[in-house]
Write a protein that binds this ligand. Structure first.
Ligand SMILES: Nc1ncnc2c1ncn2[C@@H]1O[C@H](COP(=O)(O)OP(=O)(O)OP(=O)(O)O)[C@@H](O)[C@H]1O
Ligand SMILES: [Mg+2]
Length: 269
C-alpha cells in the first residue's frame, strides 16, 4: 500500500463506528509523528468534533472554506494535546447537498501539501456526502460490524466503490465491534464469513470494547493513550495503511478473544 495519503472512512449501514475509527486512526497516525488532518464529511450530523473533544474550539467550518469566507488554515482546529492532529470541522446547519464533489476535491487538494495523511469521515449510506468524500480520496476503508445487515450493506457499497476511480485495489475493510461470541443465532457472522463475502483485504479488527465507547464519549479516543492494548490495534492498522506487513492475527492477540482463536485456525489452515 503506497501513496495512500487521503483515506475515506465509509460504510453502508449507519452506526458501525466510522467516526470512532476516524478519530482513533487519526490519533494513532499522530502518535507515530505523522501530521494528520481529519475532515468531518458528515455535514449536518457532524460529531467528529465531539469525539475529539474539540467542539468548543470551532470557529469556522469546511463550508466557510468552500464559500471562500476563510482560508483552510483558519478553519483547521489543532488538537489540544496531540499537536500533530488537526480537524477540519463540518457545519451543523449545512446539509450534505450544499457541497459538491468539486468543492470537497478543491479543499482536499488545497490542504494536501500540509499533511502526511488526510482522513475523511463520511456519512452512512450512498448519497451525496458519500460521493463527495470518496471523490477526494485515494484509498477507502470500509467499516462494518459482524452482523448480516451491516455486511450486506457494506457489500453494496463495495459494488459502488468498484465503479469509482478507486476500483477494488484501493479498498480495505475493518471489522469493528467484534464480540467474543459471534454466532448466527444472534445475527452475527464469523470473521472468515465476512472476509469471504467482501473479498477485499481486512486491515484491522477492533473488539467491541467499553473503553472504546467511553473514550469517544469523553472526547478522548482510546488511541490517545499510548500504553493501551487498543491503541496498539489502531497503530497496527495505520502501519498497514503505511505499507507495513503486519499480520491481522496481531490484532486478535491483542484483543484476546475467542474470535482470535477462530482466526488463527483459519490462517493456519
Ligand atoms: N469498537 C467499539 N466498541 C464499542 N463501542 C463502539 C466501537 N466502535 C464504535 N462504538 C460506539 O458505537 C456508536 C456508533 O459509533 P460511531 O458514531 O463511530 O458510528 P458511525 O458509523 O460514525 O455512525 P454514523 O453512521 O451515524 O455516522 C458510538 O456510541 C460509539 O462510541
Ligand atoms: Mg459518524
Amino acid at each position: 500500500m503506497n501513496n495512500r495519503q487521503v483515506i475515506v472512512i465509509t460504510s453502508g449501514k449507519g452506526g458501525v463506528g466510522k467516526t470512532t475509527i476516524t478519530a482513533n486512526l487519526g490519533a494513532a497516525f499522530a502518535n507515530l509523528g505523522k501530521k494528520v488532518c481529519l475532515i468531518d464529511g458528515d455535514l449536518g450530523l457532524k460529531n467528529l468534533d465531539v469525539v475529539l473533544g474539540l467542539e468548543n474550539r470551532i470557529l469556522y467550518t469546511i463550508m466557510d472554506v468552500v464559500s471562500g469566507r476563510v482560508g483552510a488554515s483558519e478553519a483547521l482546529v489543532r488538537h489540544k494535546t496531540n499537536r500533530n492532529l488537526y480537524l477540519l470541522p463540518a457545519s451543523q446547519i449545512a446539509t450534505k447537498e450544499m457541497m459538491t464533489v468539486e468543492d470537497m476535491t478543491k479543499v482536499v487538494t488545497r490542504i494536501k501539501p500540509d499533511f502526511d495523511y488526510i482522513i475523511i469521515d463520511s456519512p452512512a449510506g450512498i448519497e451525496s456526502g458519500f460521493r463527495n468524500a470518496v471523490a477526494a480520496a485515494d484509498t477507502a476503508v470500509l467499516v462494518t460490524n459482524p452482523e448480516f445487515t451491516a455486511v450486506s450493506d457494506a457489500d453494496r457499497v463495495l459494488g459502488l466503490l468498484e465503479n469509482t476511480h478507486l476500483g477494488l485495489d484501493n479498498v480495505f475493510f475493518i471489522l469493528n465491534k467484534v464480540k467474543e461470541s459471534m454466532n448466527e443465532k444472534r445475527g452475527m457472522m464469523k470473521t472468515e464469513e465476512v472476509m469471504k463475502t467482501l473479498s477485499i483485504p481486512m486491515i484491522g479488527m477492533v473488539p467491541d470494547s467499553d473503553e472504546v465507547f467511553i473514550g469517544s464519549n469523553r472526547g478522548v479516543p482510546i488511541a490517545f493513550e499510548p500504553s493501551h492494548d487498543m491503541n496498539k490495534i489502531f497503530t497496527n492498522i495505520t502501519r498497514r495503511i503505511m505499507g507495513h506487513n503486519i499480520p491481522v492475527e496481531e490484532d486478535f492477540k491483542l484483543a484476546r478473544t475467542t474470535v482470535w482463536k477462530l482466526f488463527l485456525k483459519l490462517f493456519r489452515s
